[in-house]
Design a protein around this ligand. Structure first.
Ligand code: SF4
Length: 117
């Protein structure tokens, strides 16, 4: 599903997929409190909040990739606000961030720190 709002009520752990790969895997609370992958962060920021009036919803720029022509390096790099040259050149490995959560991002710790602010 693309609806993380629905998932929160029915799952203990979430695997977020992009371009056919699991890019983040975490328990529900940790993932909603502070996502560690820019795609997850973008998805969560695009969910309307009932407790905020007149909010402008964020969107993830661009379109999902054509699976026959997946971008080089990190498949999310054409859409990612954290993109650096290494993202274009090198496929990120899955980083273990503790408490069993993983993120397939070169800058997972930075994204996590940003999300926790
Ligand atoms: S590896 Fe780079 S492009 Fe991919 S999600 Fe992380 S920061 Fe963004």
């Amino acid at each position: 599903t693309h609806d993380l709002g629905v998932v929160a009520g029915v799952a203990d752990r979430i695997a977020v997929m992009y371009a056919g790969r699991i890019v983040e895997h975490a328990d529900v609370r940790s993932l909603y409190r502070a996502p560690a992958h820019p795609y997850t962060k973008g998805l969560l920021e695009s969910i309307p909040r009932l407790d905020v009036r007149g909010q402008e919803l964020a969107t993830i720029k661009g379109l999902p990739p054509n699976l026959m022509r997946i971008p080089s390096g990190c498949p999310f790099h054409p859409r990612c606000p954290y993109v650096q040259q290494v993202c274009v050149d090198v496929v990120p490995h899955s980083l273990v961030l503790g408490d069993g959560r993983t993120s397939e991002c070169h800058f997972a710790q930075e994204v996590l720190d940003d999300s926790a602010r």
